[in-house]
Design a protein. Structure first.
Length: 557
């Protein structure tokens, strides 16, 4: 039997022997003729918990309409999500990175179980999007990742604000620079409705990455969550998906070494989140593409930084989209030789063909040109040294300096460090060390935004303190910070040997991060190292600890 675009699902729905299966599906509301069309799974990360995903049922309805119009039968199912912003600074944040693996696993299971002919994953928060793309890599059936869209900026006293202002306001409140009423005003106004965090934080970094990579429909996916044209853009995405299904256009044709290199360049050019390093390593691994942490430094070093987006700059994701969005960024990169335009996208067009459709808003100031960049090099650097033999990641787009040398202030958890920051225990020139927050030690590599934002909210510290951790940073983090230190403390990495008062030297120009002790002293300190007890010795966290790889490999299971 041949039905255009229907490949996987024929054994599930066709023939007399499948009458029972069809009966179940007809009881769920599908008509007889629906079941003889290509079956398209829609993996939805909808939840009522937080702004990022609360609107995704509406996005799914528009998507289903487009799929039906183009001759497919959509079947929606849910998977989980964890809000990074809500859980930030608590033990709950340890679930965030773990959720990426659970999302990928659950989508893979449902898709394999139901023999879908195509798949769309709808994401709204940081780990949704890489988790969806990882599942698409494993399944290699026609599919796409569709972004629910960015939140509109909040307004306070006529000024645009984002959730970053609230996190930094916590530090300003502790420092006595604002009062409780002013903090409440930030809290009440930063999130005006549905959509993911507004800056070039992790969600928007990964949404843009997926567009440049080609696995999201460029320009359509980036329409903000509450924009009037979101519904129409999402319907069009459904039609694009059905074209991919009929053409059997699969992720393995789209996600290639070249398309990932283009994506890394886009992260560098836009001042994107350090979390992109973890997620792109994981995606490459799922697709069997050779990629190392060092590739990020090479590509970032040669790619100028041109997008004036918060936290490194002034503007938010809705401004980026209005300026011309990812098509314009792709055009800039291809024209200047920083991206390969021959890569395929989910629409069937090459990236270069999509870029020719770019519409730049006259007078826009968000996406600069490469002949007049904001900075000559990209926003990411990879440091190595006796503190990070496998490497660590630093975002310098908003750092403002290129060297730091100072005494270590050592904390074995984020909470202990935050208390010290709040109580005035951190002094100018210090190097804050937060350890046992890595993939295994956390577990789950918590983001340190509560700490970094509190420091950024204290002027006497924001430009004078450095911070390093085997955990992660939020895309909203700014300041002189190095994360993903590998090997992590829990496995006896050198960060476990650091003692209070040790001198630590960041040397960005030479890509070095060292603690100034001898090799012999380091070996002596680590000789009798013993990992601390696991906080959760059973359940999902224990499974994760037993399986997760180093951050330098993407922290995949």
């Amino acid at each position: 039997m041949t039905i255009e675009g229907k490949r996987q699902s024929i054994p599930l729905t066709e023939g007399p022997s499948r009458a029972a299966a069809r009966s179940y599906l007809r009881g769920a509301g599908y008509a007889k003729e629906d079941l003889h069309k290509p079956i398209i799974g829609i993996a939805n990360t909808w939840t009522e918990i937080g702004t990022c995903n609360v609107h995704l049922h509406e996005v799914a309805e528009a998507l289903k309409e487009g799929i039906r119009e183009a001759g497919g039968t959509p079947m929606e199912f849910n998977t989980i999500t964890i809000s990074d912003g809500i859980t930030m600074g608590t033990q709950g944040m340890k679930a965030s990175l773990v959720s990426r693996e659970v999302i990928a696993d659950s989508i893979e299971l449902v898709a394999r179980g139901n023999l879908f002919d195509g798949l769309v994953g709808i994401g709204g928060c940081d780990k949704n999007m890489p988790g969806i793309i990882m599942a698409l890599c494993r399944l290699d059936i026609p599919g796409m990742m569709l972004y629910g869209g960015s939140i509109a900026p909040g307004k306070l006293n006529g000024v645009d604000i984002t959730i970053q202002n609230v996190f930094e306001g916590i530090g300003s409140f502790a420092d006595g620079r604002i009062n409780e009423e002013q903090l409440e005003a930030l809290e009440a106004n930063a999130c005006p409705g549905a959509g993911a965090c507004g800056g070039q934080f992790t969600a928007n970094t990964m949404a843009m990455s997926a567009e440049i990579m080609g696995i999201s429909p460029i320009q359509l996916s980036g329409v903000p969550a509450t924009a009037k044209d979101k519904y129409a853009a999402t319907r069009e995405a459904g039609r694009i998906l059905m074209d991919a299904v009929r053409a059997n256009r699969r992720p393995s044709q789209i996600i290639t070494r070249k398309s990932i290199e283009n994506t890394i360049a886009s992260v560098a050019a836009s001042g994107g989140s350090t979390n992109a390093v973890l997620h792109l390593l994981a995606i490459a691994r799922e697709m069997g593409i050779e990629l190392s942490i060092d590739d990020f430094d090479v590509i970032s070093k040669r790619t100028p930084f041109i997008c004036d987006l918060t936290p490194a700059g002034k503007y938010v994701a809705s401004d980026y989209q209005a300026a011309g969005g990812s098509r314009l960024l792709a055009k800039r990169m291809i024209d200047a030789g920083f991206a390969d335009g021959s890569t395929l996208t989910v629409s069937g067009k090459t990236l270069a063909e999509e870029a020719t459709l770019a519409q730049e808003t006259p007078g826009q100031v968000v996406i600069h040109t490469f002949d007049k960049p904001i900075k000559p090099n990209g926003g990411l650097v990879i440091l190595k040294g006796n503190l990070a033999p496998e490497g660590c990641v630093m975002k310098i787009a908003a750092a403002g300096r290129y060297e730091h040398r100072g005494p270590a202030r050592v904390f074995d958890s984020e909470e202990d460090c935050f208390k010290a920051v709040q109580s005035g225990g951190i002094k100018p020139g210090d190097v804050v060390v937060i350890r046992y927050e890595g993939p295994k030690g956390g577990p789950g590599m918590r983001e340190m935004l509560q700490v970094t934002a509190a420091i950024s909210g204290m002027p006497e510290l924001s430009s004078t303190v450095a911070l390093l951790t085997d955990g992660r940073f939020s895309g909203a983090t700014r300041g002189f910070t190095a994360g993903h230190i590998a090997p992590e403390a829990f496995v006896g990495g050198p960060i476990a040997a650091v003692r209070e008062g040790d001198i630590i030297h960041f040397d960005i120009a030479n890509r070095k991060l060292n603690v100034e002790i001898s090799d012999a002293e380091m070996a002596l300190r680590l000789k009798d190292f013993k990992a601390p007890e696991l906080r959760w010795p059973k359940g999902v966290f224990r499974k994760y600890v037993d399986r997760v790889s180093s951050a330098s490999l993407g922290a995949t299971t």
